[in-house]
Design a protein around this ligand. Sequence first.
Ligand SMILES: O=C(O)CCC(=O)C(=O)O
Length: 360
Amino acid sequence: MATVTVAEAEPTSPDGSGWTDEQLRKYPFPTKQIPRLSHTDPRAEILINNEEPVVLTDTNLVFPALKWDINYLQENIGNGDFSVYIAENHKFLYYDEKKMSNFENFVPKSRRIEMKFSEFVEKMHQMEELNGKQRVYLQQTLNDTVGQKIVVDFLGFNWNWINKQQTKRNWGQLTSNLLLIGMEGNVTPAHYDEQQNFFAQIKGYKRCILFPPDQFECLYPYPVHHPCDRQSQVDFENPDYEKFPKFKNAFGYEAVVGPGDVLYIPMYWWHHIESLLNGGVTITVNFWYKGAPTPKRIEYPLKAHQKVAIMRNIEKMLGEALGDPHEVGPLLNTMIKGRYDQDLNANTDNGEALHNTARE
Ligand SMILES: O=C(O)CCC(=O)C(=O)O
């Protein structure tokens, strides 16, 4: 099989980290660094137990895959079909195809095409050469169509370490391993998932900006029945502060992950992920796990992610009860406007009058 050369950048940074600040896109909110720790550091254990993000630098989770590049995958990944998204710009906003019938006027900004791996490589080449705005992003769950060498690499992952992580936190089953192969500069806009995630970087560098679940109000997710459920409506590059004023309060946690790093993305944490500019192709495999079952004894106050789960359930129940997802918003508005969106304890005219009467 002919070999191909898809831009594969070598580390160029003066500090040896493999990347520089110029490769990061600019956004209007502040961020703090996510800690980078050894998996043997007790602080890493504490962070994961508290469902807070951490980059683990030495798990060897995907060690056999660190040799993967486009040529190796082209030779060995097999003849299965791969889901490839094509977008007219660098942003790959996820949408749930099953929810598209709820919103007939919704026009997705990217489209999914099933293709062979070699076709994907070809497409990536064409797009690089044309230097246009169009881009591709391969996002495919690893399955049994992969070739023998990939199977051997997969079996050599550090299952011992990751199975222990799963068991000691009582997480549910591993649901899937998504293989992501992206072009430099590709962006997955901010969203949250309802699963625990160990995000293993294999090739190239990705910047991951995370926001905790208590920033729900700052990030304005689409309604649950919308195809973009769980995605933020805010365009980070051009935020509409009139529509989304609380985005001004957003505060992120970020890390750049490179080959061998594993980022723990806790369930319900928002994440925006970008392949660095001029950084070549990126390859990632994630490990998605179902969360632990809800505890029998609920402790109060509830955590932010539990409140998010409650809000999701209310939206879903209303959608079913009303028989039409489009009636959910109006009903919620009727229920809230002038009732729950006012501080009834405040010294309003009404409140003042009541107070005065009581004094007389
Ligand atoms: O790497 C990306 O572009 C997106 C990955 C992601 O959203 C995830 O693993 O949950």
